[in-house]
Design a protein around this ligand. Structure first.
Ligand SMILES: Cc1ncc(COP(=O)(O)O)c(C=O)c1O
Length: 422
């Protein structure tokens, strides 16, 4: 008699991408249970913590005007209205208007809304790629981009990976791809790399994509609202916004909401409206988000002061931590990535616990998200943090270093492991 393996069998093991974290199952290090609304100080484990783990870049999560619009909209539309997909009964003039305003803001002809950023990335890429198109992707691209690539191609051979932000690697790949290509080529990259905080070299990438006749998709989840003179993102930062063919932004970070959008030339967006399956076959974005997002966009458009403050806090934090001897990675965006060598799971837990016991909430990031052997504290400053929050945080890191006698020394090889050579 044949015996078959039950699909639930694996659930008893500690396998799977985040298996080691699942095995931990503690709700303290992984899936911590938060006890207050997102902000600069958040309650956790019954105690207030200075929060450095929320992508609330411009501090809009606590904005009372946005909340008031949300309250009014819920009173009128309820939680779900409008209902149905955009194609059927879920479209309204407000959705169309928000798309128009987003396109206008990021200087593209048109834009399409998605209910989650993750679904936006997948819907966009999967709808634009067809048989024999080739995808060229940065090695460190976000999981949503990887999943999009996987779901877009019919043959995995049509996904080619270049070393993170390495222009030689990208150019070599584009040359090789052009020798065999039968159809289109789409380069996939983040704008600001959300984990490590460095920025894709979009000026060089745009030059290469023109030279090798490819198209470019930029997931600027962490750049929209934050980077560039007007907060238009990483493309504006490099003055190449017009060269980005498919510009994607999420609402889950600087907008402090939910959903996302892709902006592009008109025919491409119109194509997506009828072919991006993650949106075509999903209920449309509820009005409470649409209307409050318009207000958030207003704040973002006029967010010069907030952005300046955000970068000021980021610089103060990174300088203070560097002065203490911590290795702070590239600080090209507001994200402050702090790397500690010789860290394994139990060290990471110890360090995180130590910081939290000192009233500072950080998340420890480790392999497989970053290379083995390091622990990264990904610190996310916001425009609402104060000098006092920074000072208390620096002091918690000082006590971490001294009480636990951390060896913070990093060498060239460590640097390469983190940013290059992968
Ligand atoms: C780079 C990047 N792309 C896409 C997403 C997915 O966006 P959302 O959270 O809006 O689904 C995220 C969120 O973590 C992200 O960091």
């Amino acid at each position: 008699m044949m015996t078959y393996i039950d699909i639930f069998e694996k659930c008893k093991s500690s396998e799977g991408y985040f298996g080691q974290f699942r095995a931990q199952g503690d709700r303290y290090f992984t899936m911590p249970v938060m006890e207050s609304i997102p902000g600069t100080v958040m309650k956790f484990n019954g105690k207030d913590h200075i929060m450095w783990s929320v992508n609330n870049y411009l501090g809009l999560s606590e904005n009372e005007e946005i909340k008031e619009i949300a309250r009014q909209t819920i009173a009128e539309w309820g939680l779900s209205g409008p209902m149905g997909s955009r194609m059927m009964s879920g479209n309204t003039r407000h959705h169309i208007e928000l798309e128009r305003q987003l396109a206008d803001y990021v200087q593209k002809e048109d834009a399409i809304l998605f209910n989650f950023g993750y679904l936006g990335v997948i819907g966009t890429i999967a709808s634009m790629i067809e048989k024999d198109d080739i995808i060229v992707i940065d090695k460190l691209a976000h999981a949503s981009i990887v999943d999009a690539a996987m779901s877009a191609v019919s043959d995995r051979k049509n996904i080619r990976v270049f070393r993170h932000n390495d222009m030689n690697s990208l150019e070599n790949l584009l040359k090789r791809v052009n020798n065999i290509r039968k159809k289109g080529v789409l380069i996939l990259t983040e704008g600001v790399y959300g984990m490590t905080g460095d920025i894709a070299k979009l000026d060089e990438i745009c030059e290469l994509k023109d030279r090798y006749e490819a198209r470019l998709f930029v997931d600027d989840a962490h750049g929209i609202g934050v980077m560039g003179a007007h907060g238009r993102g990483a493309g504006e930062h490099f003055n190449v916004q017009d060269k980005i063919d498919l510009y994607f932004g999420t609402f889950a970070k600087a907008f402090a909401s939910i959903g996302g959008f892709t902006a592009a030339r008109k025919d491409a967006v119109e194509w997506m409206r009828y072919n991006a399956r993650t949106q075509v076959f999903a209920k449309s974005l509820p009005m409470v988000y649409v209307k409050s997002l318009m207000k958030a966009l207003d704040f973002i458009r006029n967010g010069h002061e907030r952005r300046a403050r955000l970068f000021e806090i980021s610089t103060k934090l990174s300088t203070g931590l560097r002065d203490l001897g911590f290795f702070v990675g590239k600080v090209e965006s507001p994200i402050v990535p702090v790397f500690v060598p010789q860290g394994d799971m139990s060290a990471a837990m110890n360090w995180v616990k130590h910081l939290r016991e000192n009233g500072v909430f950080v998340t420890g990031v480790m392999y497989p998200v970053i290379p083995k052997g390091f622990i990264m504290f990904r610190m996310i400053p916001t425009a609402s943090h104060t000098e006092e929050h920074v000072a208390k945080t620096i002091s918690a890191f000082k006590s971490l270093k001294e009480d636990l006698k951390l060896d913070l020394s990093m060498n060239e090889d460590d640097m390469k492991k983190i940013y290059g050579d992968r």
